[in-house]
Design a protein. Structure first.
Length: 384
């Protein structure tokens, strides 16, 4: 009986060791495959495509054929496994090695904000849990936005905006671009430096558009709204720009009488009264007065500078013109300019040079002397 008991115990011990060995082998085989990617929890916006780099790792000493499938994928989401440009559903991995492949997950445009969970299943031998956080509520429409829709400047300014057109539909769209600017305003849409009236935008993509706005010449100070629209037959979006006109800059240079002509003798001086008028709706500062004269002529101004000229106001300036000593009789042009950083005004004066009275009297004396000489000769030698 004792021998029988020993044999029974030995048999049971041997059976347990065999079962343990098989159990260990099964557990090792089942746990010998693992699936790895470094990014298991990420945040995206609606319509984005996520590309995971996935390693299938074989920790066993045998070749493992691994079937791969994405499970638990949310409705309308799409997933695709690829390797070397081929779509795959299973891979064969060498012993104690790994195989890399790509997993692309497409998030739909129309999706709720929140966290979404799914898995990459390696044929029951390994599971890779993945989480995608959709950071904003998804839409299925067109969006037109601008980060800086408001600008301020004077009436002579050019206002440059940038708007972003997002196509959140499932198809490529050709959008017609229009602007509802006030009458007299010029609005141009530009892409790649060229003026356009329409743009193509791929599905799920966005395009930046430059908007150039020119106000009319005599626009009044105030705030102006410019609605923009991008539209197709099936989708459209609108946004608004705002232009704040602080004033217009305009300057006029003339004389109190409006006469732009005078006369001067060669080498002489002539004084003119100029009238500088701010015809704009904004104040002007630091006005300079300059002249463009014939050779060897001079023009001086008093005052030379006008520190400030309020809108609608005038300032009188004295200009002294000095002609060249050797100027011959005739008409000359003297240009004068009043200028501020924002605006300038020009006036052209016709200056007639007359012969000096001294030379006139000298001419009279010479003629008289000649006549006197002839008369003397005639009286002296005429009777001989």
């Amino acid at each position: 009986m004792a021998g029988t008991g020993k044999r029974t115990s030995f048999f049971l011990l041997t059976l347990l060791l065999i079962l343990a060995a098989f159990g260990a082998t099964g557990a090792f085989a089942a746990g010998g495959i693992s699936v790895y990617t470094p990014l298991t929890n990420i945040s995206v916006t609606p319509g984005e495509s996520i590309n995971y780099s996935v390693d299938v790792i074989n920790n066993t000493s045998e070749i493992q054929n691994v079937a791969l499938a994405v499970t638990g994928l949310p409705d309308k989401w799409e997933a695709k496994l690829t390797s070397d440009g081929w779509s795959v559903s299973s891979v064969s991995v060498k012993p104690n090695s790994s195989y890399n492949l790509s997993l692309q997950v497409d998030v739909p445009l129309q999706v709720d904000k929140g966290a979404y969970h799914f898995q990459l299943n390696a044929g029951g031998k390994g599971v890779l849990p993945l989480t995608v956080n959709v950071s904003e509520q998804g839409t299925y429409k067109t969006e037109l936005t601008s980060e800086q829709p408001n600008m301020e400047g004077h009436a002579n300014s050019t206002f440059n905006y940038q708007v972003t057109l997002r196509n959140r539909t499932a198809q490529k769209q050709l959008y017609a671009l229009t602007a509802g600017a006030p009458q007299g305003w010029d609005v141009q849409f530009k892409t790649d430096g060229k003026s356009v009236t329409s743009v193509n935008v791929d599905a799920g993509a966005a395009k930046d558009i430059d908007v150039e706005v020119h106000p009319p010449e005599k626009v009044k100070s105030g705030t102006y709204k410019i609605p923009l629209k991008a539209a197709t037959n099936s989708s459209s979006a609108e946004t608004g720009l705002e232009v704040v006109i602080t004033g217009s800059y305009s300057l006029e240079l003339s004389t109190p009488s409006g006469v732009l002509s005078t006369d001067v003798t060669a080498g002489g001086k002539r004084t003119l009264q100029l009238k500088v008028t701010n015809t704009g709706s904004a104040d002007l500062r630091n006005l300079d007065l300059t002249a463009n004269t014939p050779v060897n002529w001079e023009v001086t101004f008093e005052p030379k500078k006008i520190p400030q000229l309020a809108a609608g106001q005038s300032e009188e300036v004295t200009a002294t013109i000095k002609a060249d000593d050797k100027a011959i009789a005739g008409d000359y042009v003297v240009g004068m300019t009043a200028g501020a950083p924002e605006a300038t005004a020009d006036a052209q004066f016709r200056v007639t040079v007359k012969t000096s009275l001294l030379w006139g009297w000298l001419g009279v004396l010479i003629v008289a002397a000649v006549i006197g000489g002839v008369y003397y000769l005639f009286r002296t030698y005429g009777r001989r």
